[in-house]
Design a protein around this ligand. Structure first.
Ligand code: B12
Ligand code: SF4
Ligand code: SF4
Length: 434
């Protein structure tokens, strides 16, 4: 067998194993990614776009180089895990906050990590004890999107997410560094064409330029990663989102039409949608430059299918990411506002990604959504409890903000009473500013 065929056989075996374990897309690259990706990242940091995520600027130089983690690495196996669950369920009858799709089910870190461990053991069984591998999944300091692009797993859209041709962007990324010399796959070129829908639709202008996200403005950053106070002028812009944000992906014509939430179509996400036609079929004309999708081997049978999206690929094959396996698409605000201790919070959200926001962060978000949905009166008792009894100033302050959002006489009296009780300067400022 020629060296070339041997390399192909190795790749085929790896692909077969990965697919048998449920990984949806598998591509290969060498360990070197283009210098422009590292340069782009450094420039992004310098512009301050990482907001409070100071961990991103720790050792920025190593993020593009697998050899820092595994000196023997010769290739990267890039893996795509499709988590799109189908149509967004309607909101429950009680006031509820919306959760980004990636967090509906079980925490993907543990689900995918388990599968990666099985993958690594399987690879050892095939290639023997000399084989070395390391896996990367979100938290390790690497530019995963750049690796995925280099391997041709997808291309970066203007919303900055990696889009898998024919399937869309609702994918987790993960990589295996491996000491086998495997033939690289070809990168794809970015192919949004003239479309700028995500850039235009982002209600906070976080996509201030295509392919670059300013986390200081992004709802996803504030609702998940920001551990402190949400800037006052941004609070109303959070709409009904309680954890993460999917809007730039929901409006993307390279994602399934039914990704769009009904309430988004109606323009009810806090009323931030200027374009009431959102959700109607959109044609960008140039999806994938008219080429056949490199991923989908099955041509769509839907005569109205847009170029580039395979309408047969709809839902995730991973039951762990379905809404019934975790927090779900909507969480009742009352469920959150009554969580007074860390243990209560852990018991309610154990095994889900929502733990990342921490108790105070999630209560803060719930206060904001209560005001944005106009349901303060309905939740007045719980908000009052947060204002008087929560141990965290950030929760008391956001409860005060919510109670003062459109106060009736009763709510004004609650705030006056809190003025006399409160000792924290930041909370007092919130009460006074209402
Ligand atoms: C920090 C972080 C965030 C931050 C900042 C996001 C951002 N856009 O930078 C916040 C908290 C806002 C966030 C939000 C989300 N995140 Co996040 N996040 C990360 C994390 C940990 C680091 C990303 C990073 O380094 N950003 C810095 C920027 C500069 O780098 P970058 O976005 O990776 O961009 C590179 C590529 O674009 C590359 N590139 C390649 N080709 C091209 C082509 C062109 C033309 C250009 C200009 C650049 C380019 O160059 C850039 C620099 O290397 C990664 C995991 C990881 N270790 O990579 C997950 C990750 C990016 N997040 C992920 C997810 C799922 C999300 C959310 C969808 C969750 C949600 N629903 O709320 C949102 C999406 C918001 C959005 N529009 O990006 C997935 C994305 C999967 C995908 N399909 O792309 C990742 C990869 C986690 C994972 N392992 O699956 N996230
Ligand atoms: S995640 Fe939401 S806030 Fe962030 S860029 Fe996308 S649409 Fe804008
Ligand atoms: S909405 Fe349009 S511009 Fe944005 S990522 Fe999708 S195709 Fe690209």
């Amino acid at each position: 067998m020629s060296a070339r065929s041997k390399r192909k056989v190795k790749k085929d075996k790896i692909k077969q194993l990965a697919h048998s374990l449920g990984f949806d897309v598998v591509r290969f690259s060498g360990v070197k990614i283009p210098d422009k990706d590292q340069a782009f990242f450094l420039h992004w940091l310098k512009q301050g776009k990482a907001a409070g995520m100071s961990w991103l600027s720790r050792d920025p130089g190593i993020r593009s180089d697998p050899k820092h983690l595994m000196p023997e690495a010769l290739s990267i196996v890039s893996l795509g895990i499709h988590y799109f669950q189908g149509t967004l369920p309607g909101p429950p009858s009680v006031p509820s906050g919306r959760v980004a799709r990636y967090a509906w089910g079980e925490d993907y870190h543990s689900v995918v990590r388990n599968r990666l461990n099985q993958f690594q053991s399987g690879l050892k069984n095939i290639f023997g004890p000399e084989l070395k591998t390391c896996h990367v999944l979100d938290i390790q300091p690497f530019l995963e999107r750049a690796f995925a692009c280099q391997a041709g797993l997808g291309f970066v859209g203007k919303h900055t997410n990696v889009i898998v041709p024919g399937m869309g962007s609702y994918f987790f990324l993960s990589e295996i560094f491996i000491n086998l010399d495997l033939a690289p796959d070809q990168p794809l070129s970015p192919d949004c064409g003239d479309c700028v829908k995500c850039v235009k639709k982002c209600p906070v202008n976080a996509l201030d330029s295509p392919y670059s996200l300013d986390a200081r403005l992004c709802r996803s950053y504030h609702l998940i990663e920001n551990r402190g106070w949400i800037p006052r002028d941004m609070r109303t812009k959070m709409g009904h989102w309680i954890f993460g944000c999917d809007l730039c992906q929901d409006v993307c014509p390279l994602n399934p039409d039914f990704a769009l939430g009904r309430e988004d179509r109606d323009g009810r996400d806090g009323g931030f949608f200027d374009d009431k036609t959102e959700g109607n079929a959109v044609s960008i004309g140039r999806g994938f430059g008219g080429r056949k999708s490199p991923v989908s081997s099955v041509e769509s049978r839907d005569p109205n299918a847009k170029p580039g999206f395979n309408h047969q690929v709809k839902k995730t094959k991973w039951p762990e990411f379905e809404a019934d396996r975790g927090a779900g698409a909507w969480v009742p605000l009352a469920d959150i506002l009554r969580l007074r201790t860390r243990n209560q919070f852990k018991a309610r959200f154990e095994g889900t990604s929502l733990l990342r926001a921490k108790r105070a962060g999630l209560l803060r978000n719930a206060c904001i959504v209560a005001a944005n949905l106009g349901v303060v009166e309905q939740l007045q008792g719980l908000l009052e409890e947060c204002l008087f009894h929560d141990p965290e100033p950030v929760v008391r302050g956001h409860a005060a903000w919510a109670l003062g959002s459109n106060p009736n006489q009763k709510q004004k009296r609650i705030l006056e009473r809190a003025m006399k009780n409160e000792t924290d300067a930041d909370v007092l400022a919130e009460i006074k500013n209402r």
